[in-house]
Design a protein around this ligand. Structure first.
Ligand SMILES: *Cc1c(COP(=O)(O)O)cnc(C)c1O
Length: 409
């Protein structure tokens, strides 16, 4: 595939999602932002909504705002996020805290659904917080971790999973899209395989929520967690989501048993009883500015449509791979992401010995990628904000950098 700057501009003109760029605050710095998969750009409506919340709901209504609607925000906004991009019916998702905290609760809750089984399966290639939490939850419950060691680009295979699953497996935790290579696992097949062993599955959706259509209900997923500041653009540290399938509600118990997860918050009774609804996954007072930010940002995904977003993600990553093949591979880089778009999320990773040096030079040229130790540069393409011209410019500047670096060598 050849792609000139004019071709990129033509693709932008034909892009049905192009107008969504205007929904975001965009300056001329950076020149190209390839980190929307790690911290999405700010939507204008989100800034307006948070400001209005602070000035009016907090500023004037003060404590009365809890009764005006704040109390129900965790599950209301959870339902809207679930409808926009999780393929989940209402009543199974709440917005609260961070992905890490929700994962801690979800791991305990999931293990509690399989008392008597004493192993947790997880991947040693997964994001650090996932690995660390699996270790601490296993230690606290006297369980053992069975580690999968998948190839980072191939992802976990059915055979590898088969090797570790047994009647001892309580829970399997996996990331749907790998944070480094972007490899996308087959959620239907893996979920079925885990259920075949009698275990429950927790999916980490951090790199798929807002960029890949999901069908949590239809696939019989047990639990899921994910963050809202990546493709969902809700802002740095915005509260995360946790999903528990309806059939498990009433049976899940999690260890941070704060008053917001109890049956009758305002009865303030002598002892704890978990709420039978998805509220059981809450703990303490909701961070309202964060939740309304999620609400406003998710409304953009709902309007654009997750199918259209996925279509553009595929087109953007295809172009990115083609440009990397043409311009970076001849200079010692390899594409460390699956080549089949059906097996790839919304980012593309290139790998090379001089990656650190190249990434630093990209930053200096105001092209912002993500560097991942020891030698990976992650190019995140966020369909609502990344234009084809922006991608072209980023790769063209990177080409000039790698040509300079390889001449030096
Ligand atoms: C981004 C990410 C996280 C982040 O967790 P936080 O609690 O928000 O810091 C966790 N897991 C995966 C797979 C991620 O990609």
């Amino acid at each position: 595939m050849t792609l000139t700057y004019d071709d990129a501009v033509a693709l932008d003109l034909a892009d049905p999602l192009a107008a969504y760029r205007d929904e975001f605050l965009l300056g001329d710095d950076p020149v190209a932002y390839l980190d929307g998969n790690s911290l999405g750009r700010p939507p204008r409506r989100t800034l307006d909504r948070v400001e209005s919340l602070l000035r009016h709901e907090w500023g004037q209504r003060l404590i009365r705002s809890w009764e005006d609607g704040w109390l129900e925000l965790p599950e209301q906004v959870g339902d809207r996020l679930a409808a926009a991009c999780l393929g989940a019916a209402a009543g199974q998702t709440v917005i609260a805290e961070s992905t890490s905290v929700n994962l801690f609760k979800a791991l305990h809750a999931a293990c509690g659904l399989r008392e008597g089984r004493d192993e947790i399966v997880a991947s040693d290639a997964d994001f650090p917080t996932d690995r660390y939490l699996v270790e601490s939850v296993a230690a606290a419950r006297g369980m053992t971790v069975r580690w999968l060691s998948p190839d980072v680009v191939e992802g976990v295979t059915p055979a590898e999973l088969d090797d570790v699953l047994s009647e001892r497996t309580a829970v399997v935790l996996l990331s749907h899209v790998d944070y480094r290579s972007g490899v996308l696992l087959d959620m239907a097949a893996v979920t079925e395989q885990v259920h075949g062993a009698g275990a429950v599955v927790i999916w980490d959706l951090c790199h798929s929520a807002g960029v890949i259509p999901l069908e949590l209900d239809a696939l019989g997923v047990d639990l899921a967690v994910g963050c809202t500041y990546k493709y969902l653009n809700a802002g740095p540290g915005a509260p995360a989501f946790v999903y528990v399938a309806e059939r498990h509600l009433g049976a899940v118990s999690q260890p941070i048993t704060g008053w917001w997860s109890s049956t009758d918050r305002f009865a303030m009774g002598p002892s704890y009883e978990a709420d039978p609804s998805i509220r059981a996954m809450l703990s303490g007072t909701a961070y309202v500015p964060g939740i309304v930010a999620v609400d406003a940002s998710v409304s953009l995904v709902a309007e654009a449509g997750i199918e259209a977003i996925r279509e553009k993600a595929v087109a953007l990553t295809e172009h990115c791979v083609a440009l990397a093949d043409a311009w970076l591979v001849p200079h010692g880089f390899t594409v460390a992401s699956p080549r089949d778009p059906a097996r790839r999320g919304g980012h593309v990773t290139v790998q090379g010995l001089r990656a650190r040096e190249v990434a630093d030079a990209m930053y200096a040229a105001k092209v912002i990628p993500d560097f991942r130790n020891p030698d990976m540069i992650r190019l995140g393409l966020s369909p609502l904000t990344t234009s084809y011209a922006e991608l072209w410019t980023a790769l063209d500047l990177t080409r000039q950098i790698v040509e300079g670096v390889s001449t030096k060598a």
